[in-house]
Design a protein around this ligand. Structure first.
Ligand SMILES: [Ca+2]
Ligand SMILES: [Ca+2]
Ligand SMILES: [Ca+2]
Length: 504
C-alpha cells in the first residue's frame, strides 16, 4: 500500500459483517489470450484459477494482530530470520512496531518480543547477520524515528535489543528496506519520499552511508549481484518507482549509480514491487493501481518482463488471477512465485518453465470478499530453510503455511536434536576470518568443506577421524569473492550445512 497526497487509501473495502465468503469453486481454467498490453505488441495473458478458500496450501497457524502485545490493530509486511542456533523466526510489522515470533513449532508461533514504534500502517524489515533493520513510513509532515536497528544475536534467549536509530541525511521515515546479502549492502527505499539510499554493512551494527539514487521516488527494490568474467560482481537494482515506472540501475559503485533504463511500460499506473529470477532473465513486476486505473485489467496482474538486456526491458506476458483483487507483494523460490494479493490472499504460480507459467495453489486469507479494496494479504516470505511460507495479512496478522501440496517441496522442520551434530560459523557474515565450530555426538571419520553458492567445493578444512564434542577450525576466505557459502560437515551421521555470507 502506498500514499497518495498524504492520505491513506482505504477505499473499496466492504464491512466484514456484510461480507460474503469467497467462492469455493475448484474449477481450474488456464487460458492464453492476446492482450493489448505489451510494449512489443500483443503479450500473452496467463489467467489463473478462480479464488478458492484453499487450494493445495495447508494452514499451519495464524496469529491475529489483537493477540500480539502492544495494542496494534493491523499488520503490514513480514520477513524471516534464522538465528545462529538454527531457530526460524518471523518478523511481522504491526501498526505500533515490529513483532518477533519463534517458529520452532510452526503450528504454534511464540511471541518473543515486540519493538514499539510510532503508529503507522506501513512498515518493513530486513536482516543481515544478527541484525534487523526496521523502517516505518508516515504521511508527509509526520516525523518518524529513522531506521531502527535491532541485535538478534540473543533472540534464542528471548532477547531482542534495539541498538539505535539511523537518521543519516535527515532520514526519519522510509517505505521499504532491502538487504543484498551477496554484497553486504543495505538499501532504504523512499526515505522521506526520496529515491534509494545505500549503506555498507561491513559492520552490520554500524551501517555506513555510501550513496543515493534520486532520479525518482523509489517505492521498493530488488537487488542482485551478477558475477563478471574478471571475478568481480556487478550490483544491479530493479527499482519500482511508482508512477515513474521501473528503473534498472547499476549500483556497483554506490557513489556513482548508472541508470541503465527507465521503463514506462504499457499499463503503468503504480509500479509497486519487483522480483527477478536468479538468472536475471525475467522480472516479475507488480503494479498496485493498474487494476483500478485501466478498465481492461481485471484480476491481480503481474507484468513479466524480459530483463536479459537491462537497458531494454520488455513485457513478454502477463500473469492474471481470475478474481477482482489487486496484487501487492511477491517473492520467488524454487521456481515458484508466491504472491500476497490483498483480498484474494496467497496465490502461487509455477514458473519453473517461465514460458509456460501455471497457477499452482492459493489460500484466501481474506474470505470476506475478493474486492479491489486495500485489505487482506500484504506481504509474503518463502525463504526460510524449512520451507514454510509466511504471509502477513493487514486484518488477520501472521499466517504460516505448508505449500508443499502445491510445490511438491516438503517442509523440513527444525530438529533441536540436530544441534548435537552440525557446524556453525562465527562471525557471520564473514568479513576477514571465520571460526567454524562443529560438533559430533561420537567419534567418526568426517569431512568439513567450504562450498560456494552453486555447491562447488572451495576448500577442504578437515578430512579424517575426529573425536566427539565440539571442535573448531579457522577459515580465511581471502581471495574469494563476496557471496553466499556453506560450511558442509559430512560423516556417517549425515551431512549438515551452515550457510554463511562472505563480505569482502
Ligand atoms: Ca514491504
Ligand atoms: Ca496489479
Ligand atoms: Ca477473498
Amino acid at each position: 500500500m502506498h500514499q497518495i497526497e498524504g492520505k491513506t487509501r482505504r477505499n473499496g473495502g466492504k464491512t466484514r459483517s456484510g461480507a460474503v465468503r469467497a467462492s469455493l469453486r475448484r474449477v481450474i481454467r488456464t487460458r492464453t489470450v492476446a492482450a493489448t498490453i505489451g510494449a512489443a505488441g500483443a503479450a500473452a495473458v496467463v489467467v489463473g484459477v478462480p479464488a478458492a478458500h484453499a487450494r493445495d496450501v495447508a494452514l499451519l497457524s495464524n496469529v491475529s494482530p489483537r493477540q500480539i502485545s502492544g495494542g496494534s490493530r493491523e499488520a503490514n509486511d513480514v520477513t524471516g530470520f534464522v538465528s545462529s542456533g538454527g531457530i526460524e523466526y518471523a518478523i511481522l510489522g504491526v501498526e505500533r512496531g515490529f513483532a518477533f515470533f519463534d517458529l520452532g513449532d510452526p503450528e504454534a508461533p511464540r511471541e518473543v518480543a515486540v519493538l514499539p514504534a510510532p503508529a503507522s500502517i506501513w512498515g518493513d524489515a530486513a536482516t543481515f547477520g544478527d541484525y534487523a533493520y526496521l523502517v516505518k513510513d508516515y504521511p508527509p509532515g509526520v516525523i518518524g524515528e529513522g531506521l531502527a536497528m535491532a541485535d538478534l544475536s540473543r533472540i534464542d534467549e528471548g532477547i531482542v535489543e534495539l541498538t539505535g536509530h539511523l537518521t543519516a541525511e535527515g532520514m526519519t521515515r522510509a517505505h521499504n528496506v532491502r538487504v543484498n546479502p551477496a554484497s553486504g549492502t543495505l538499501y532504504v527505499c523512499g526515505a522521506n519520499n526520496h529515491g534509494l539510499t545505500m549503506f555498507d554493512l561491513g559492520d552490520p551494527a554500524h551501517p555506513v552511508l555510501t550513496g543515493f539514487w534520486n532520479d525518482a521516488y523509489v517505492h521498493d527494490a530488488f537487488l542482485a549481484s551478477y558475477p563478471q568474467s574478471d571475478g568481480s560482481f556487478r550490483e544491479i537494482g530493479y527499482l519500482a518507482c511508482g508512477g515513474q515506472g521501473l528503473a534498472i540501475v547499476d549500483l556497483t559503485d554506490p557513489a556513482a549509480p548508472v541508470t541503465l533504463s527507465r521503463y514506462f511500460y504499457d499499463g503503468l499506473a503504480y509500479c509497486h514491487q519487483v522480483w527477478v529470477d536468479p538468472e536475471g532473465r525475467y522480472a516479475y513486476v507488480g503494479d498496485e493501481i493498474d487494476e483500478i486505473a485501466n478498465p481492461g485489467v481485471f484480476g491481480p496482474t503481474t507484468y513479466v518482463m524480459d530483463v536479459t538486456d537491462p537497458s531494454h526491458p520488455q513485457i513478454v506476458r502477463l500473469l492474471q488471477g481470475e478474481v477482482e483483487s489487486i496484487d501487492h507483494n511477491m517473492w520467488g523460490r524454487w521456481g515458484y512465485l508466491f504472491q500476497a494479493n490483498y483480498t484474494s490472499g496467497l496465490q502461487i504460480w509455477d514458473i519453473r518453465d517461465p514460458a509456460d507459467p501455471r497457477e499452482a495453489g492459493s489460500y484466501d486469507t481474506f474470505p470476506e470478499n475478493d474486492s479491489r479494496g486495500f485489505h487482506g494479504a500484504w506481504g509474503v516470505y518463502p525463504d526460510l530453510p524449512s520451507g514454510i511460507v509466511l504471509v502477513s495479512d493487514i486484518e488477520s496478522g501472521l499466517f504460516v503455511f505448508d505449500c508443499s501440496p502445491a510445490t511438491g517441496i516438503p517442509i523440513v522442520p527444525f530438529d533441536p536434536a540436530a544441534l548435537s551434530y552440525g557446524a556453525r560459523v562465527y562471525p557471520n557474515p564473514v568479513l576477514a576470518g571465520a571460526q567454524i565450530r562443529y560438533r559430533l555426538p561420537r567419534s567418526a571419520p568426517v569431512r568439513l568443506r567450504i562450498l560456494d553458492a552453486s555447491g562447488r567445493s572451495v576448500t577442504t578444512l578437515v578430512d579424517g577421524e575426529v573425536g566427539e564434542g565440539w571442535r573448531q577450525v579457522e577459515w580465511d576466505p581471502s581471495g574469494l569473492p563476496s557471496g553466499v557459502y556453506f560450511a558442509r560437515l559430512e560423516s556417517v551421521l549425515g551431512a549438515r550445512s551452515a550457510r554463511m555470507v562472505v563480505v569482502r
